[in-house]
Design a binder for this molecule. Structure first.
Ligand SMILES: Nc1ncnc2c1ncn2[C@@H]1O[C@H](COP(=O)(O)OP(=O)(O)OP(=O)(O)O)[C@@H](O)[C@H]1O
Ligand SMILES: [Mg+2]
Length: 294
């Protein structure tokens, strides 16, 4: 290689490394299949540090499989997955384990252990990854995480069957937060909640993301969630991520599924609700004098 080519290659390498410091999860050329069924092919996706990335797509397009591949529960046929710059596929060494400790997961349906109380559920990852932490400290951490998600302290000794749907989701969130993660995976966290419960859960997610500086990979069908808390949205269709961007950027694309999804009756209703809320906020701001007194 000529010296100037070498210099250019080095520059490109540095540029790539610098760029990737802003990336929490990078997926390249992912292929997943079950027998004859091809779920993903040539799938690329970047999750930026500190963002809430909404992941949408029709039922069965492979959103949960994508999440499972990133967290190592599904071995892809092909492709590269990096989390915080570390290659993850097939890795069981200390570096990979250190990365695994940096994420928390709320599975679709909550997946709490039904024979364990809420507090014991939250303690599961602590026992698994930090076996030397004593019982008292473990209890304190669990109680703290439970409060963090907006559940009352009394929820700790309850069993999942004694909780409402919304409380179960929060208990699942408390377990996902058990190890102070940098990266949170949420699979359909508001599915099955009434609109008020869903909005409260969204608000909690946003608050936690802001105060803890989390990166959030959020699979959802909930248009209100997408509009109210997601920084960008990735659309899964045709076995890959066909587009990523803000909702306005996606609306400018003429893909039929995207148009149908965001511009269908439900999409329009969600846009109208957000527009109304923004107008109300502007009104409130206009009525507040600069020193903050009303
Ligand atoms: N363990 C598995 N064995 C065989 N097929 C699977 C397995 N897991 C997922 N699939 C198939 O892969 C496809 C994608 O599934 P996935 O659960 O990722 O869909 P999804 O996009 O999350 O859908 P939903 O919105 O309904 O949750 C489906 O056709 C599903 O049947
Ligand atoms: Mg799913």
């Amino acid at each position: 290689m000529a010296p100037e080519e070498e210099a250019a290659a080095e520059e490109a390498r540095i540029e790539h490394a610098v760029e990737n410091q802003d990336i929490a999860v990078s997926v390249r050329g992912l292929r997943n299949s079950f027998g004859d069924q091809l779920v993903h092919e040539g799938l690329d996706l970047d999750v930026r540090k500190g963002e809430i990335l909404g992941v949408v797509g029709g039922s069965g397009t492979g959103k949960s499989v994508l999440m499972r591949a990133i967290i190592g529960l599904q071995t892809p046929d092909e492709g590269e997955i990096h989390v915080f710059g570390e290659s993850m596929i097939g890795r069981l060494d200390d570096e990979a384990l250190a990365i695994r400790k940096r994420w928390g997961v709320l599975f679709q349906g909550g997946a709490l252990f039904s024979t364990l109380t809420v507090a014991e559920n939250v303690e599961v990852p602590i026992r698994e990854y930090y076996p030397n932490i004593g019982a008292q400290l473990r209890d304190e951490i669990a109680a703290y995480k439970i409060r963090m998600t907006g559940l009352p302290t009394e929820a700790g000794p309850k069993y999942p069957a004694e909780l409402s749907g919304g409380m179960k989701k929060r208990a699942g969130l408390a377990r996902a937060l058990a190890l102070d993660p940098d990266l949170l995976f949420l699979d359909e966290p508001t599915a099955g909640l009434d609109p008020i419960g869903a909005a409260a859960f969204d608000e909690q997610t946003r608050k936690l993301q802001e105060t803890l500086g989390l990166t959030v990979f959020l699979i959802t069908h909930d248009l209100d969630t997408l509009y109210s808390i997601c920084d960008r949205v990735a659309v899964l269709a045709d076995k890959k991520v066909i587009a990523v961007g803000t909702i306005n950027e996606l609306l400018a694309l003429d893909h039929p599924w995207i148009q149908e999804y965001f511009n269908g009756p439900r999409g329009r209703a969600a846009t109208a609700a957000v527009t109304r809320e923004k107008a109300r906020e502007q009104d409130r701001a206009a009525q507040t004098p600069p020193d903050g007194r009303r």
